[in-house]
Design a protein around this ligand. Structure first.
Ligand code: SF4
Length: 422
């Protein structure tokens, strides 16, 4: 990407990546310090995370999924997965779980830092049924309490008031449970401040995502957005996260003004469904860049919140209700019809040329229904759709040459299609 265009120099480029790294490093240092400072640590999951509630109760939060994906990016996940398989975990079990179990058996020393023991395990139960088995195993190992929040699957177009009431009731019990566990009172003022910050960050994040509608797109909404999305999921509610998204918006706006983008010349715009292959993210991206292909919208970046598609926000005026509504509106907590319509809407609004479905072996929450999506897109909607498979964390399933052949064939066909019907 060039840094100078139309006589103006880029001033804000690189902020999103650099600042993300700093924020996550500071978070890891807080986690590492927890055993000395005595701060309680809760483990929870990204989809529907009730982190604002936990922070208002004095907890620092850790996300085993994030630890797993970072291990994969740093090429150490294979060893941890094999360690868990040696213990008896089957090849079919989600790689995130096996990475986490292998890490635990290796003393919890990850390349990002040393993971503290959990004071509490919170299974926020949105979308994935593997979660509860995973945290049952951790609860047994650590002898730590496990709290299961039962977040209903979204079965209708909008959230039912009875479902909101059901989750709010659980959250009230959960708060009392945590107060008894740690002896620390729930700080309502802090909770409202966290929700106000979360709301601001969500608004900014949606603004950023929508900028990919610009032609050419100023950023890649999958390969780059997976970096930009980390603070909204891990550090949502903190003031530095609001500042972060102000900075990312500035960076992306500047790219629009200067005509900068992820590829020198945008040739194809695609919508990507499914998680990334973390151990080979760069190789995978290069296969798309090679064709001048840019992702303009993706579902993985909505795994912890569909603020763009729903308008749902955390809200200090409706504190627990807004947390409950948010928790139900995460991508894998939506029904398949709902997801298919979302994908088609992205395709239309972001002027895409086709879909890429990256189906991963580990994650049934994503993979279920993806082959049917392909059938509908190709046969009923006449939208070119590439269906490829690997894994999100287990490097044994990434067949580089095979994937490159499939991707090349897809873009060749797209180029041909354009040539015969421009
Ligand atoms: S199955 Fe999917 S959603 Fe569930 S823990 Fe594994 S990667 Fe996460």
């Amino acid at each position: 990407m060039g840094t100078e265009a139309a006589g103006r120099s880029a001033r804000f480029q690189g902020f999103g990546r650099q600042r993300q790294k700093e924020l996550l490093q500071a978070w890891w240092r807080r986690l590492e310090a927890a055993p000395e400072t005595g701060q309680p640590v809760a483990y929870l999951f990204i989809s529907g995370a009730v982190e604002e509630v936990l922070r208002a109760l004095g907890f620092e939060v850790a996300f085993p999924e994030v630890t797993a994906l970072n291990c994969a990016i740093r090429q150490v996940s294979a060893d941890f997965i094999l360690r868990a398989e040696d213990l008896g975990y089957s090849q079919d079990v989600c790689g995130y779980v096996k990475n986490d179990i292998g890490l635990l058996l290796s003393g919890n020393r990850s390349p990002m830092g040393r993971l503290p023991r959990p004071t509490l395990l919170v299974c926020n139960y949105a979308g994935c049924r593997v979660y509860i088995k995973w945290f049952e195993a951790l609860a047994e190992f650590y002898q730590a309490p496990l709290y299961v929040l039962d977040v209903p699957y979204l079965r209708t177009e909008t959230v039912l008031p009875s479902d909101v009431e059901y989750v709010v009731g659980q959250l009230q019990e959960f708060i009392e449970f945590c107060e008894r566990l740690t002896g620390q009172d729930f700080d309502e003022d802090r909770f409202r401040t966290l929700l106000a910050n979360a709301r601001q960050a969500e608004d900014l994040w949606v603004e950023v995502l929508e900028m990919a509608r610009h032609v050419p797109a100023p950023f890649d909404s999958y390969f780059e957005a997976v970096y930009f999305m980390a603070p909204i999921y891990i550090l949502r509610g903190l003031p530095e996260t609001v500042e972060y998204y102000e900075g990312v918006r500035r960076e992306i706006q500047e790219r629009v003004e200067l005509g900068l983008g992820p590829v020198p010349e945008e040739r194809f715009r695609v919508v990507v469904e499914g998680p990334p292959p973390w151990p080979y993210l760069r190789d995978f991206w290069d296969m798309f860049k090679h064709w001048g292909a840019v992702t303009v919208a993706s579902t993985y970046t909505k795994v912890g919140g569909l603020w763009d598609a729903t308008g749902v926000r955390h809200d200090p005026a409706r504190p627990l209700e807004s947390v409950a509504e948010y928790a139900m509106h995460c991508y894998v907590n939506w029904g398949l019809d709902h997801r298919r319509r979302l994908l088609l809407d992205y395709h239309r609004r972001f002027q895409a040329d086709g879909f890429v479905i990256h189906s991963v072996k580990s994650c049934k929450s994503f993979a279920a229904g993806e082959a049917d999506f392909r059938e509908v897109f190709v046969r009923e909607c006449d939208i070119p759709t590439l269906f490829i498979e690997s894994d999100l964390v287990d490097p044994r399933y990434f067949q580089k040459a095979q994937l490159r052949n499939r991707i090349d064939a897809f873009f060749e066909a797209l180029a041909h299609r354009r040539a015969i019907s421009p």
